[in-house]
Design a protein around this ligand. Sequence first.
Ligand SMILES: *Cc1c(COP(=O)(O)O)cnc(C)c1O
Length: 432
Amino acid sequence: MFISDNLSSRNGHLFFADQDTTELASQYGTPLYLMDEDRIRKNLNIYKTTIRKCFGKDSGVLYAGKACAFRQLYRILQEEEVGIDVVSAGEIHTAYQAGYNLEKAFFHGNNKTDQDIAFAMDRRVGYFVIDNEEEASAVQEEAAKRRIKQKVLVRITPGIDTHTYEAVNTGKVDSKFGNAIATGQAEKLTERVLGLPSLELKGFHCHVGSQVFTEDVFERAAEIMLEFMASVREKLLYTAEILDLGGGYGVRYTEDDPLIDIETKITDVAERIGITCDRLQYPVPAVLLEPGRSIVADAGLTLYTVGSVKEIPGYKNYISVDGGMADNPRYALYRSNYTCLPAGRMNEAFDKTYDVVGRCCESGDILKVSAALPKEMKRGDILAFCTTGAYNYSMASNYNRIPRPPVVMLKNRKSYVAVRRESLDDLTSLDV
Ligand SMILES: *Cc1c(COP(=O)(O)O)cnc(C)c1O
């Protein structure tokens, strides 16, 4: 019945990480982001153990902070000894303040400004993932100034269509990210980077997309990348140590989504890499994976309080809640579907459908269309949205000057605040 095994129901109440969500709603108020810390660690450990087993000790997992980032999360990542993928000075700063060792950070992005580059070097970010020629020159210049040799990867687009939503499909030749193998640009940038004295090329990166379920996408990407690496070895006499295959494994938002077994998936990729390296007589590189969503998505749950229930005879029913596109813009952006549950009325029949909408002044402020919920939903009921750990808090805005909800962590049947609720004064704190 539940899409994730950290959900259950007891006496009509929805439990998350073994805690009564209605009690958490009254203790911390709504809207409220909950995060199951044990689940985050468990998800990280599946990647860690499997990668170590399949690829050896130089390989590893980099958590993609864009899925969700706050100081306490970086402390957990430091404890779990996993690397990170960062995309902005803000993420670097957050990790730095959390005491995270940035030697294990990989700096991504298709437009790193000169300030970003200088800031990341000041903070000793371990690796830059070079996206384009201008960036290569800018990183060279900054590294030369400091008389350091900066470790880098080059971002490649392998030319793979993942058949996911257009906005999260990043591996095609036509992409704002990376350098296509097919057009010769990948090789050209590689040659350029190899010629820059303050850069030390460690290998190659690709990221084919997000929320990917398609069979063997990562296997095909690995094979294409290895073929590219073999051709670079032949033409430029350079052998790469690292192959970073990016993130992207899909998670279950509703019962229509399959459940991906990460261990099996990674084992299949390892097998394909082994076969391909054999065929190409290429030394097996260290392999990195950069999951974001599949680490935090099912560790998250959002609670809202129902404010009004509107029935439009002959049309449909609306439930308005005290959050919406400001704390979860994913329906508005991608038409993403979620599972919505009545936290205090789990024993009733879910025999009426409602569109669950937010409180913003915007018709597109929708959280879910056609949610099946009990009859007679009313003001004060608590609604839970499942699997909101990824790309919710990190994409939240203050649209309509709505303060962002707090993030409350659940661990060992206890709870604690990791990010406090924004106050009205926080909202005006930058205004002069
Ligand atoms: C978005 C992104 C990731 C994480 O993707 P998920 O789908 O959240 O696993 C990893 N690497 C790069 C470069 C990305 O852009």
